[in-house]
Design a protein around this ligand. Structure first.
Ligand code: SAH
Length: 317
């Protein structure tokens, strides 16, 4: 693993960079990315299996106390036919994302081996906390990556914001690592009550865990944070660029939330060093109910992915 090339003071300074300094930061991030991995944009197809969730995070509309959304869980046949569409579109990674529940956990156990046997493709998961044995079974069934963000490195901020245990979340992240799946992790930036020092600590924690993800904060309807200010796009882009410089070989997504807070926000993410875009394949009627980020969230189509790659002058792979 690379050693961090920034001190705490440098991080503070770079996180707040603007104007010419910011352009230089982004330029450096692009150079690091292109030297390590080429000027290539990786593409994933996501299926959002279920919006049922046992957690109660203050920022997320899938939180269990939110009575304003209709809960759905896709059936196995629907999931498999969408996986087929993803593969037929030439996309090499099927990304299965879900709220955290026993039901979606079991569903994964049956669809992972089917998808793997049919297409021998990359299977990436993001479905919350599971026990160590479950992560191992997912790996054995054919999944090769799992995203579980630590969200916040500050334990008391994490516990106040999510109502869950920080130690348990970190222990799950370590179990994913030992299952042999690739680990995706990261934070949310721009949350209410989060300081710049908290974000610097997030970077140091990420270095310990080996990251590939950062996402801005978007206030969500039906959550206690619905009236909070949207995350600051410059802070997020600066953080993404720092992340890229620290981790030349990481896959760093330019998340749809960037497009929601700013037009062409995803192209800006690529200009700051990201190299992954996720296209949404969830059926329309369910997609509107899978309200992470926001009810009127930006939904990435294949056309939008092509357009974004072109804007950032990257080739799609
Ligand atoms: N429940 C699962 C996975 C689904 S949510 C889990 O706990 O991992 C996937 C990610 O969406 C979360 O990790 C969180 O970082 C992000 N997210 C949810 N609501 C958000 C919001 N309002 N703003 C920014 N990111 C959000």
């Amino acid at each position: 693993m690379e050693n961090i090339t920034f001190t705490r003071d440098e991080l503070k300074n770079q996180l707040q960079s603007s104007g010419v300094q910011q352009q230089e930061l982004f330029e450096r991030a692009r150079q690091v990315r292109n030297n390590a991995q080429g000027n290539k944009l990786n593409i994933r197809g996501v299926i959002e299996l279920s919006n049922s969730c046992v957690e109660n995070c203050m920022y997320c509309a899938m939180r269990r106390d939110n009575r304003l959304i209709d809960r759905y869980t896709l059936d196995e046949e629907t999931i498999l036919s969408i996986a087929d569409q993803i593969i037929n579109a030439g996309i090499p990674t099927v990304f299965l994302q879900s709220g955290e529940s026993a039901k979606s956990g079991y569903l994964l156990e049956s669809v992972i081996p089917e998808i793997y046997q049919r297409y021998n493709c990359d299977i990436l998961l993001c479905a919350g906390k599971k026990d160590a044995e479950t992560y191992k079974r997912y790996k054995k069934a054919g999944a090769n990556g799992y995203i579980l963000k630590f969200e916040m490195s500050n334990p008391s901020l994490f516990e106040k914001t999510t109502g869950a245990s920080h130690a348990e979340r970190l222990s799950c992240i370590r179990s994913i690592r030992s299952s042999g799946m690739k680990l995706g992790t990261g934070n949310i930036s721009g949350l209410p009550n989060q300081t710049l020092d908290d974000i610097i600590d997030d970077i140091f924690l990420a270095i310990e865990l080996s990251p590939e993800f950062v996402s801005p904060f978007i206030p969500n309807n039906g959550t206690p944070y619905e009236k909070a200010p949207k995350g600051n796009i410059d802070l997020t882009l600066n953080l993404m660029a720092i992340w890229r410089i620290v981790f030349p070989n990481a896959l760093i997504p330019t998340v749809s939330a960037l497009e929601y807070i700013h037009p062409d926000g995803q192209a800006a993410g690529l200009n700051a060093g990201a190299n992954v875009i996720t296209v949404n394949f969830t059926p329309k009627q369910n997609r509107d109910k899978y309200a992470i980020y926001a009810k009127d969230r930006f939904v990435v189509s294949l056309e939008h992915a092509f357009k974004t790659a072109k804007q950032a002058d990257m080739s799609l792979i």
